[in-house]
Design a binder for this molecule. Structure first.
Ligand code: ATP
Ligand code: MG
Length: 307
C-alpha cells in the first residue's frame, strides 16, 4: 500500500480491479461500493470509468482530470483522445506535444482499430503505477475500473496483448506488452463480474468467464446484484395466495406485495443456482434495495462481509 493503509479485503490488495458485466446490472454501483470500502479503510482509491468506443466523445474537450469525491476517494472518466494527448505530451516531449496538437495525427491514431481501447487501458495502467508517468501525480493504492459492458470490457482487457503481438517491435509493442503483463498478473489485477439473477445477465456472465479463461484470466468474484429476499417458501406463497382470496380489500395490497416479492425471489432462484454451480464460493449476492437511489453505504457493508 503506497498510502500505508491496511487493505480491508483480499480483493482490495489488488492495485487494479476491473468491474465488468452486462449493461445495467449495477457495475457502477458495485464499483462505487468497492471504492467506498477502500476509502473507509484509509486506502487512496480511484474509480475510473471507461467509455466504450461507440460512446466516446469526439470532442477534444473531454479532459482527463482526477476528481476528488471524498477523502481518499477519487474518480476519473477516461476519454481515449485526452489520454493519447497526455501520453504524447509526457512521453514524447516537444515532438509529442506537436503531434498531440495535430488534428490529422489524432484522427489517424483514433482510426486505428483498437487504438482507443489501448489508450484508455494505458491510462488505467498509468493510474495504477506507483511511479506515475504524469508529473507530480500521487499514486493510488487501488484503481477500480468501471469497465464497459461485457463484450467491450473483455476487448479492453485483451487489447494490449493483441497490440503487443501485432506490433511486435517498437514503442507501442513495448508499452502494450508491459500493460498486458500487468493485466495477466493475478497479484496485481483482479476481474470482478457483476450479474443479476436473470437469464441474459447470467448467460453473459458465464460466457464472460469462458472468454477470460481463454486469456488465462479468472473472475475473482461474481457479484450478483438486485437479489430479492427469500422470505417465503413455495408453500407459504401458496398460503398467502389463498389468504388473499379470502381477505378483505384492506389486506389486499400488502398481501399482493408479499406474493409478488415471493414470486420474484422464486424466479431468481434457478439463476442463482446456476451461478453458484459455476462459481461456488466466488458468488456474492447483493440485495435489491427498494429506495429511489440505492444506498451505496449499505451495499458496501453487505459486500464487506462477503468478500
Ligand atoms: N442493489 C440495487 N437495488 C436497487 N437498485 C439498484 C441496485 N443496484 C443498482 N441499482 C440501480 O440500477 C440502475 C443501474 O445500476 P448501475 O448504473 O450501477 O448499472 P451499470 O451496470 O453501471 O449500468 P450501465 O450499463 O448503464 O453503466 C441504477 O439506477 C442503480 O441506481
Ligand atoms: Mg455504469
Amino acid at each position: 500500500m503506497v498510502s500505508g493503509a491496511v487493505s480491508p479485503l483480499p480483493l482490495l490488495e489488488h492495485r487494479l480491479i476491473f468491474v465488468t458485466g452486462k449493461g445495467g446490472v449495477g457495475r457502477t454501483t458495485v464499483a462505487r461500493a468497492l471504492g467506498l470500502i477502500a476509502a473507509r479503510a484509509g486506502q487512496r482509491v480511484i474509480i475510473a470509468e471507461l467509455t466504450p468506443a461507440s460512446q466516446a466523445p469526439d470532442s477534444r474537450a473531454g479532459g482527463i482530470a482526477e476528481v476528488k469525491l471524498a477523502p481518499g476517494l477519487f474518480t476519473i472518466t477516461i476519454d481515449p483522445q485526452a489520454a493519447m494527448e497526455e501520453y504524447l505530451r509526457v512521453k514524447a516531449g516537444a515532438l509529442g506535444s506537436a503531434l498531440a496538437a495535430s488534428r490529422i495525427f489524432g484522427a489517424l491514431a483514433m482510426a486505428t482499430p483498437g487504438m482507443r481501447e489501448l489508450l484508455a487501458i494505458g491510462k488505467v495502467w498509468e493510474l495504477a503505477q506507483v511511479q506515475r508517468i504524469r508529473e507530480r501525480a500521487a499514486p493510488y493504492d487501488v484503481v477500480i475500473v468501471d469497465a464497459p459492458a461485457t463484450g467491450h470490457g473483455v476487448a479492453a482487457l485483451r487489447t494490449p496483448r493483441t497490440f503487443a503481438e501485432i506490433a511486435r517491435v517498437g514503442p507501442i509493442a513495448r508499452q502494450a506488452s508491459t500493460i498486458a503483463a500487468t493485466i495477466a498478473d493475478p497479484e496485481f489485477t483482479a476481474v470482478v463480474g457483476v450479474a443479476q439473477p436473470e437469464e441474459l445477465p447470467v448467460s453473459e456472465t458465464l460466457s464472460l468467464a469462458r472468454a477470460l479463461e481463454k486469456d488465462h484470466l479468472r473472475l475473482a468474484y461474481v457479484i450478483t446484484n438486485m437479489c430479492y429476499p427469500e422470505r417465503f417458501s413455495e408453500a407459504e406463497i401458496a398460503r398467502l395466495e389463498s389468504a388473499r382470496q379470502d381477505a378483505g380489500t384492506l389486506t389486499d395490497a400488502p398481501l399482493r406485495a408479499a406474493i409478488s416479492e415471493g414470486r420474484r425471489a422464486a424466479a431468481q432462484r434457478p439463476y442463482l443456482e446456476r451461478l453458484r454451480a459455476a462459481f461456488g464460493e466466488r458468488l456474492v449476492t447483493l440485495p435489491y434495495l427498494f429506495s429511489a437511489e440505492p444506498d451505496i453505504r449499505s451495499l458496501a457493508d453487505r459486500l464487506g462481509t462477503q468478500l
